[in-house]
Design a protein around this ligand. Sequence first.
Ligand code: NI
Ligand code: MN
Length: 225
Amino acid sequence: MKIQFLGHSCFYVEEGTFKALIDPFITNNPQANSSPTHFNSLTHIFVTHGHGDHLGDAVAIAKSTGATIITNYEIACFLEKQGVTAHPMHIGGRTKFDFGTVKMTPALHGSGIETEEGLICGGNPCGFLIEVNEKKLYHAGDTGLTMDMKLLDVENIDLACIPIGGNFTMDIEDAIRAVHFIQPKKVIPMHYNTFPVIETDPTIFKEKVQNSEVIILKPDEIHTI
Ligand code: NI
Ligand code: MN
């Protein structure tokens, strides 16, 4: 499974014919070097919640590629009105797809969608457990530290992407506790240094995490599991 960091919480994931973006915030993402038009053969787009730095370019990319957006029920309804295909799920649900299995996990956060008519309800924020060809990826979305993460240790997660930037999500101290709960083989920190309010030093996270390998990716870098 190939995982490319595109800055902030945005990742491109490829395993065989499965080609997906998670939280496709590319336009206006100060860390992103690619453009939304770069992705022309996607199969799926995962959206963890309605905030602009996660929903991002989901509609435009889904329209240009025909990719199915996997997200919560409320965001799926909002997106389908805009003419894209969405697969609704909800917290705790696990579903088989042709590429593998997806489970929607809880996140402690908000999910309002900014529209021209104001903020509308985007349901509950989430994370995703994505299993393809016996490789299991966890993308936590935006979240604070939660005891629910303790339930993930039995999932045998190969790679966890977790936020460390503080202010809107866990900071380094809480992210270290989260890794202790989740026990993934590897961790990629995300959601930091995109904006001044979430500036932090990922090398401190790397130094302090025990029993999991921390991989710090620069935007566009690829890690394979
Ligand atoms: Ni958010
Ligand atoms: Mn965010």
